[in-house]
Write a protein that binds this ligand. Structure first.
Ligand code: RNT
Ligand code: ZN
Length: 410
């Protein structure tokens, strides 16, 4: 089947061998939080403050050992270069009584050891500004309470130090992504003051003197959240302007926009101005529901914007979904495989020819060509890629076995 596929793509001027070789080198940062419903190790239980999971499928990882075992199993079923994306709430405190503003690299040493054991490409990091008592009135970095605001500033600075440690240990940059749920449920009386406070907080965080060669800082905007429907402090315009003026980057989460706005279109818009663009690839069903990433049109479109613009090093691909209603490992693997599948789909197109048709305004041929790609023997190339990476196409039976042998005991 692969030999036939190779010929079929060659007729379009596409080299499947080159695509397969390039595919495995594109790093995808996989989030640790799919394994435990974003609970973490340092909070009081379920995720709160703008983060919500639904479902109660058995086998949730309850501690570091379980989460590590699940990540190991899931990652063994995901081909290609992988990074691990951690949240500060996954600190391993070993009983030490400290708060998030005092976390140190040593609280993540075991994660580093684990990442090295798995041969991962790097570690990315996120301050955790939710599920915590200091989320006062739902606000963190934009809080009018100076003590609260300062606490979260200290937390972010602590995270930047930990990120430097990750970068040094892994010999790869560490992306630190700042997302806060701050906002108001109903029509606010003042939309400017919280944003000015957020701006001041970010200024104070960035002034801490972190190593820019090691740490890439991103800000993640959002349109609204459950309970904060009327106003989000960290909106798209706010962060894009902040990032542009302060030399940091934007993180685009494709669940964080109005349903008819597309992140695939935002990627090239930002590539025109920024050296790096970070992504949280997710699937929002009617809202930012963080469903498992499927092999759908917008995912393919996102992958195309990365590949055809030669931006596989500029766009930092990360995943962000969490489904507690199905086997969590199957969720992880399905979404991560689909991300790479979409990248392969994009690599298997003759973008030179398609761009030329566009420039020549031959939109008829462009439409027809793009339709033809949809029914080329893509599956055979995907299977060949998995085979060469020593991965079975069937990950479900492996996960069902793990479910019987491990998850069912929890
Ligand atoms: C929330 C944001 C944020 C989180 C993770 C856990 O809407 O997408 O990125 O999902 O940090
Ligand atoms: Zn996100």
């Amino acid at each position: 089947m692969y030999e036939l596929a190779k010929k079929a793509y060659a007729a379009y001027g596409v080299d499947t061998e080159a695509a397969i070789a390039q595919l495995k080198e594109i790093p995808v940062s996989i989030h640790c939080w799919q394994g435990d419903d974003v609970v973490g190790f340092d909070g009081g239980g379920a995720a709160s403050n703008g983060i919500q999971t639904t479902g109660n499928y058995f086998g949730r990882a309850r501690n570091f050992e379980e989460l590590k075992a699940d990540i190991k199993e899931a990652f063994s079923l995901i081909a290609g270069k992988k990074r691990l994306n951690l949240h500060a709430s996954y600190a391993i405190l070993d009983g030490e009584d400290i708060d998030r503003d005092a976390y140190r690299p040593e609280h993540f040493a075991k994660w580093v050891e684990f990442a090295k054991e798995l041969g991962l490409d790097g570690i990315d990091f996120n301050p955790t500004m939710f599920s915590h008592k200091n989320m006062k009135d739902g606000l963190s970095l934009s809080s009018p309470d100076e003590n609260i605001r300062k606490f979260w500033i200290r937390h972010c600075i602590a995270c930047l130090k930990i990120a430097e440690y990750f970068a040094t240990e892994m010999q790869s940059h560490c992306l630190v992504n700042i997302w806060i749920p701050d906002g108001y449920k109903d029509v606010p009386a003042d939309r400017l003051s919280p944003r000015l406070r957020l701006k001041e907080s970010l200024d104070e965080i960035l002034a801490c003197g972190y190593d820019k060669n090691k740490v890439v800082v991103a800000v993640e905007s959002k349109v609204f959240g459950i309970g904060v429907e009327s106003y989000t402090v960290g909106s798209n315009e706010f962060y894009q302007n902040y990032a542009a003026k302060n030399g940091i980057c934007c993180l685009l989460d494709n669940g964080h926009y109005h349903p008819l706005e597309y992140v695939s279109d935002k990627i090239p818009a930002l590539l025109a101005f920024y050296d790096k663009v970070a992504l949280h690839v997710t699937r929002g069903v009617r809202w930012d529901s963080d469903h498992v990433v499927l092999f759908e049109d917008e995912l393919k479109e996102i992958a195309k914007e990365i590949v055809r613009n030669g931006a596989t090093e500029k766009v930092l691909i990360g995943l962000d979904y969490f489904d507690a209603s199905i086997n969590r490992l199957a969720a992880w693997v399905t979404g991560a495989r689909n991300m790479r599948k979409a990248l392969l789909y994009a690599l298997l197109m003759n973008h030179g020819e398609l761009k030329e048709l566009q420039e020549k305004a031959d939109f008829t041929s462009l439409m027809v060509r793009q339709e033809e790609y949809k029914t080329l023997p893509f599956g055979a190339v995907w299977q060949e890629f998995l085979k060469r990476e020593n991965m079975k196409e069937d990950y479900l039976s492996e996960i069902k076995k793990y479910e019987r042998e491990e998850l069912s005991k929890r």
